[in-house]
Design a protein around this ligand. Structure first.
Ligand code: ZN
Length: 480
């Protein structure tokens, strides 16, 4: 599986495509457009990333569940804005064998309408609330735009969606903020820099009162939505008649929130820390944290291999995930290349000089810096190094993103920056729909929304579009 490789910094889209397959993360050459295969190495990365989110959700009172893949059209159609948002994107099951179905089934594009009819059966009184469920499933969307591996798939194989139900508006508002904080923690742990914005009214999730989104900036200057949190209000509870008996014995509609991160959550990690050599997997989620490569010198081959095995054993005992590459048909150089593009964060080289001095040579994947240490120190040094690497990856990714978010005063400059795809542009806005849509049209870009942490702050200045008093800062970008 040799694919022509492109550089992270020069042709990001092609770099990502080719590195995914070259680093054995995902093979997207499946005979259905927009579907790909998670390869064993990629699957392990995916699993380790998922575990972080599962731990965060489990520790905040969410419970994992699993709803069916099929949603009857009658359920999907119950809420009108929701069905309008999704019906054209659905894959439909129309036949059972050769018999046309009386009610066709959608392959879930998202699960609100799979969950709602069941909530109606389960929720009786205020004692049943809050109910916080999540599932990790595949979803299907008939994408008509060009599909891209992991970024725009027809089968999103790793959709982590949470659905929560509450008694009051205040509780659902608080849940939305809890979800935002969970996602912040998730991306922070992975060192993925993010912008949190409240999407404009015309770009909210179908059926939601408002949507908050996490975006990152890709190396080509485009933004990538990597997570969303929606306040659904009572939209679905009214459509599906989901009520509970309150303390006074009265029936009330429940309040709901939902939030999700797709396969783009994994993509975000791979993109944030990639470079021209390939991926750099953060040590905390790397399936292989250290690879040991012998630098064979004929006369003492046996001694070198033995030292390698000894070091591997020491690391294993210390719970460090280590791989010993003893393949005889590859040169050390070919092995370096092989593990570099897979992003194994630390390489240990052991050659004749190391053996003689009872040392090893340690190379960081992210900086390619070398250092030596004695075999006795190897575990301690590598432990410290994994923490340093994680810190450095996080710092470097955040610095890069901050450099690519620019505050701009003039429409001309905004247009120019967006035409050159130089990242996210922040401008002043009066919050009117007309000005927003005009801005999107004139820049061919997407309004990502108002920075969540600045939502409440009053702004001094003029709207970039109409010149009247501005009320908010708004982010604009060419989006994936
Ligand atoms: Zn305006």
């Amino acid at each position: 599986m040799v694919v022509k490789r492109k550089k992270w910094s020069e042709d990001f889209a092609e770099w990502f495509r080719s590195t995914l397959i070259d680093a054995t993360v995902m093979d997207y050459r499946y005979p259905i457009k927009g579907c790909g295969v998670w390869l064993p190495y990629g699957f392990k990365i995916r699993r380790n990333i998922l575990q972080i989110l599962r731990d965060l959700l489990d520790s905040t009172g969410h419970e994992e569940t699993l709803f069916p893949l099929l949603i009857p059209e009658s359920s999907l159609a119950k809420e009108s804005t929701h069905v309008q948002g999704f019906e054209e994107e659905c894959f439909w099951v129309t036949h059972g064998g050769l018999t046309p179905l009386k009610v066709k089934y959608a392959l879930r594009p998202t699960s609100e309408t799979a969950i709602a009819p069941m909530l109606k059966l389960w929720i009786r009184s205020h004692k049943d609330l809050p109910l916080k469920l999540y599932q990790v499933v595949n979803i299907f969307r008939y994408e008509t735009k060009a599909t891209r591996p992991l970024l725009r798939m027809r089968e999103v194989a790793t959709f982590k969606e949470a659905h929560t139900t509450h008694a009051t508006r205040e509780e659902v508002e608080a849940q939305v903020m809890e979800a935002v904080n969970i996602y912040k923690e998730f991306f922070d742990e992975l060192g993925v820099p993010h912008l949190v914005s409240k999407r404009p009214k015309w770009d909210t999730f179908a059926g939601a009162e408002y949507s908050i989104a996490f975006d990152m900036v890709c190396p080509d200057g485009r933004s990538l939505q990597i997570g969303t949190v929606h306040n659904l209000g009572q939209t679905f509870s009214k459509a599906f008649d989901i009520t509970y008996e309150n303390m006074e014995g009265k029936q009330e509609y429940v309040w709901q929130a939902c939030y999700g991160i797709s396969g783009r959550g994994v993509a975000g990690v791979l993109i944030s820390h990639g470079d021209d050599q390939g991926f750099v997997i953060p040590p905390s989620i790397a399936p292989i944290q250290v690879v040991i490569i012998p630098i064979i010198y004929k006369e003492i081959e046996e001694q070198i291999n033995k030292t390698c095995e000894d070091v591997a054993k020491r690391l294993k005992v210390a719970n460090i995930k280590v791989e010993l590459d003893l393949r005889a048909d590859l040169t050390p150089g070919a092995k370096f290349y092989y593990w570099e593009r897979r992003g194994v964060p630390i390489r240990v080289e052991i050659g004749p000089r190391d053996v003689k001095q009872n040392e090893v040579t340690i190379v960081r994947r992210d900086t390619l810096e070398k250092q030596n240490c004695t075999i006795g120190e190897v575990t301690t040094v590598i432990r410290t190094l994994t923490e340093e690497i994680m810190e450095d990856l996080r710092g470097k990714a955040w610095r890069w993103m901050r450099d690519n978010v620019r505050r701009v005063d003039s429409l001309e400059e905004t247009k120019q920056l967006l035409a050159e795809k130089t990242g996210v542009v922040e401008v002043l806005w009066c919050k009117s729909r007309d000005c927003g849509l005009k801005l999107e049209k004139e820049t061919n870009a997407r309004i990502l929304g108002i920075p969540l942490d600045l939502e409440e702050r009053m702004i001094d200045g003029k709207c970039i579009s109409c010149g009247r008093k501005a009320t908010h800062i708004v982010r604009v970008a060419i989006a994936y």
